[in-house]
Design a protein around this ligand. Structure first.
Ligand code: PLP
Length: 396
């Protein structure tokens, strides 16, 4: 078996595409004007920003005036949640609803607000990884300021019933924000049809560079600034615009959203072959619903091994994968997402997330399916937990 290099961690980040890079490059050395300057170099930069804004808006069914560029998905989440919290507190509304398995950009923002006098309801998720819209309905109170539920989960890939949750929020007149960082480019999004008031997205998950994001804010909602200073982004988000990154995001989102169904039709059978192949190993389970998940995502728990050791062994074999999210994989705590769907700590510890795109070929899938059983067998042969499991002894 010849060693390959396979990048199967696109939920962590993606490579900047050649087309995005080509669009960005002139903005470093030739078209480098400050978009606030009145001479042509500046005006051209402003025009390019507006073209990118139109592309972002079109990709999610919004109006360009409803798009604000930010530095990343985390900033978009922070701005949406803290901004609405600040606005609504003036009306005596200090209650926020979210779910237990959001990304930390949402969870830690909510925890911060709890320390500042807000109350947060964390709705549970089902064993197959979904928020129940009726739980949202039941949690809404007179003083609810905001509902924030992610579009697709970053670890187990499950796609949430966003349109239904949005409809409930509309009916109850509560603002609805969704963190769509993992969903953009993988599912069809139409903020108007899906009743979404605010949406966060991030460039580096869709082949733009790291450090660029956007927030959609429905017309009629006015957010207070998160960043104060100059008059950029219609006075709402200060800071000289990162023109190359914004231009890159425009190209990236246009490419990512133009043939979603065709891409998914290529990826899904490969992903399913990976799932079926890995599940042939004893004591494994698929985390999250098999079908209502991102086309490229799989998350499987493999008992009797540590996720970190598995990742290192896969790396030695040229396979980039993850266990839990990239943001938390520096810690050895089990993933809050896997615990939220009911996994025991020791099962959550041995989990593998692969997130593939079309560049992972059928031959790559064969290679991964050759490597994983060998690596798992090796790790289990050295694992005291596995030994106890095989003897039927308690290992908790
Ligand atoms: N939200 C979700 C669901 C994510 O997966 C991520 C990144 O992994 C973020 C937010 C944060 O995005 P960024 O890295 O652009 O700050």
């Amino acid at each position: 078996m010849e060693k390959r290099f396979i990048y199967a961690d696109n939920s962590a980040t993606t490579a900047v595409s050649q087309e995005v890079l080509d669009a960005m490059l002139p903005h470093f050395t030739k078209a480098y004007g400050n978009a606030s300057s009145i001479y042509k170099l500046g005006r051209d930069a402003q025009k390019d920003i507006e073209t990118a804004r139109e592309k972002v808006a079109k990709a999610i069914g919004a109006d360009p005036k409803e798009i604000f560029f930010t530095s990343c998905g985390s900033e978009s989440d922070n701005w949406a949640i803290k901004g609405i919290a600040e606005n609504m507190a003036k009306k005596g509304k200090k209650h926020i609803i979210t779910s237990v398995f959001e990304h930390h950009a949402v969870l830690h923002t909510c925890e911060y607000l709890e320390k500042h006098g807000y109350e947060v309801t964390y709705v549970p998720v089902s064993a197959d990884g979904f928020v129940n819209p009726e739980d949202i309905r039941n949690a809404i109170r007179e003083d609810t300021a905001l509902v924030t539920i992610m579009y697709a989960n970053n670890e187990i890939g499950t796609i949430q019933p966003i349109e239904e949750i949005g409809a409930i929020c509309r009916e109850k007149k509560v603002i609805f924000h969704t963190d769509a960082v993992q969903a953009v480019g993988h599912v069809e999004i139409d903020v108007k049809a899906q009743n979404i008031d605010m949406l966060s997205l991030s460039g580096h998950k869709i082949h733009a560079q790291k450090g660029i994001g956007a927030l959609y804010v429905r017309k009629g909602i006015t957010l207070p600034n998160l960043v104060h200073g100059g008059g950029q982004e219609r006075n709402k988000r200060a800071g000289t615009e990162n023109v190359p990154a914004i231009v890159g995001l425009g190209v990236a989102i246009e490419n990512a959203t133009k043939n979603i169904a065709e891409k998914n039709a290529i990826i899904t059978p490969r992903r399913n072959r990976l799932i079926d192949g890995i599940l042939k190993l004893p004591y494994t389970r698929l985390n999250g619903d098999r079908d209502k998940r991102l086309a490229g995502n799989l998350n499987i728990s493999i008992e009797g091994i540590e996720g970190e050791s598995l990742l290192l062994m896969l790396d030695l074999n040229g396979i980039c994968a993850s266990s839990g999210s990239a943001c938390t994989s520096g810690s050895l705590d089990p993933s809050h997402v896997l615990l939220s769907i009911g996994l025991k700590h020791e099962v959550a510890h041995g989990s593998l997330r692969l997130s593939i795109e079309e560049d992972v070929t059928d031959e790559d899938v064969d290679y991964i399916l050759e490597v994983i059983p060998k690596v798992v067998e090796r790790l289990r042969s050295m694992s005291p937990v596995w030994e106890k499991m095989m003897k039927g002894e308690s290992y908790e």
